[in-house]
Design a protein around this ligand. Structure first.
Ligand code: EPS
Length: 389
């Protein structure tokens, strides 16, 4: 599977083309749009989210509700476009910096300066329009289709916020099923199951906003129902944990990735890190714990995948940071821009979808097949082999 996205944050739309999806996958369009709407929610989002009501419009590769095996093309419109038709016009426009809303004062923490230098652009809007996290709407649309493919094989994906600033939510009770985790976090404005932490997180976000500051956090994604053996130990670029790390790291503003207990593994003796192997008739081979987050040797081991990512605070601050004007080379402090005080709950939804995509990719790689039926037959055969091992 592969996909590409195109589109600017204030352009007419985001566009994605997905290649390699099997045929005969029945798509639930409502569920697809539900995922896009989840990404728009969360305490700390700014005014832009009141303008947008994201929905996916499929314009290729699907007929009468099912994929045909052809590339799937998806578009998500930007409702805000109507305020930017001149500024973002593909045709040349009359007027100077003001008419073009030229950006010449790079914002620290954004792609502005690096992109301007690299692409030799003197209007940094050409960088910020594409580097904006608006693009994650397209990635969620793509991941939501991958998620439906996985659901067909009873593979489920959930996400939760682990911490915002210094406030850490208690881990969900191990008795909570994945469906319950999905339901409970959905009701929380900061996507946690811990009500006490929820209140503190909301207060922190409000305080940051009042102070003109922003705050980041840590998010976690869990995938259940996976067979053993997705990914491979035999080659570096086939290790699925490595691919997940790349995918998660590529989400706007992410600065680190952990699998399972992650960095904690460097502070813990081996006897308390590795997951002991068990066997019984009912479950076959399984583990007594899941500290390694479902991976050994770059392959799934049959336990749930647990991956975490850390998002830095959004760099667009109401509190100005020092920077340099690219024309005059003079120091200035960044101007006020519309932004989110905290997008960690939304980032949790984005992470679910980039993870769903990578897992679906590994799944299709392992079980091949041009149609859903062919994948099912290959999976059944493999599970029979595993059962008899
Ligand atoms: C973003 C800045 C804000 C966010 C935007 C990401 O947009 P604007 O510049 O239009 O106020 O709302 O996020 C989205 C539009 C979205 O869909 O998530 C940025 O600079 O990354």
């Amino acid at each position: 599977l592969r996909y590409l996205t195109a589109g600017e944050t204030h352009g007419p739309q985001l566009t994605a083309i997905i290649e390699g999806l099997p045929s005969n996958l029945e798509l639930d369009f409502e569920a697809l749009n539900f995922q896009l709407q989840r990404r728009q929610k969360g305490h700390g989002r700014g005014r832009r989210m009141q303008i947008e009501t994201d929905s996916a419009n499929i314009v290729g590769g699907v007929r009468h509700g099912r994929t045909t095996g052809a590339p799937v093309a998806v578009i998500v419109e930007n409702k805000d476009w109507k305020h930017w038709t001149s500024v973002m016009n593909v045709e040349p426009i009359e007027g100077g910096d003001e008419a073009k809303r030229r950006v010449f004062r790079p914002r620290p923490g954004h792609a502005d300066l690096n992109g301007g230098l690299k692409y030799n652009l003197r209007d940094l809007r050409n960088v910020l329009e594409r580097s904006s996290a608006r693009e994650t709407a397209a990635r969620v649309a793509v991941g939501a289709i991958a998620r439906q493919l996985l659901a067909k094989f009873d593979i489920k994906v959930a996400g939760r916020v682990v911490s915002i600033g210094e406030i850490t939510a208690a881990a969900p009770s191990p008795d909570l099923s994945i469906d319950e985790l999905i339901a409970v976090t959905e009701e929380s404005p900061v996507r946690v199951t811990d009500k006490e932490a929820e209140q503190k997180m909301i207060e922190l976000i409000d305080r940051m906003k009042a102070e003109g500051d922003t705050i980041g956090g840590v998010v976690e994604c869990i995938v259940t129902g996976l067979p053993v053996g997705l990914g491979s130990h035999v080659q570096w670029d086939r290790k699925l944990d490595g691919r997940l790390a790349q995918a998660v790291m590529s989400i706007n503003a992410f600065k680190g990735v952990e699998i399972g207990i992650g960095f904690e593994a460097g502070r813990t003796p081996g006897s308390k890190v590795h997951d002991e192997i068990m066997y019984n008739e009912e479950r076959g081979f399984h583990r007594a714990s899941n500290r390694l987050g479902g991976f050994e040797g770059g392959m799934t081991n049959g336990e749930p995948i647990v991956v975490r990512g850390v998002m830095k605070p959004i760099p667009t601050l109401y509190k100005p940071l020092a920077s340099v004007d690219i024309d005059t080379k003079e120091a200035f402090t960044a101007q006020v821009e519309r932004s989110d005080a905290c997008a960690v709950p939304a980032a949790s939804v984005v992470m679910e979808h980039v993870v769903a995509w990578e897992v679906a990719n590994a799944f299709v790689e392992k079980f091949g097949g041009d149609s859903v039926e062919e994948i099912q037959a290959n999976l059944d055969n493999y599970l029979k082999q595993i059962g008899a091992y």
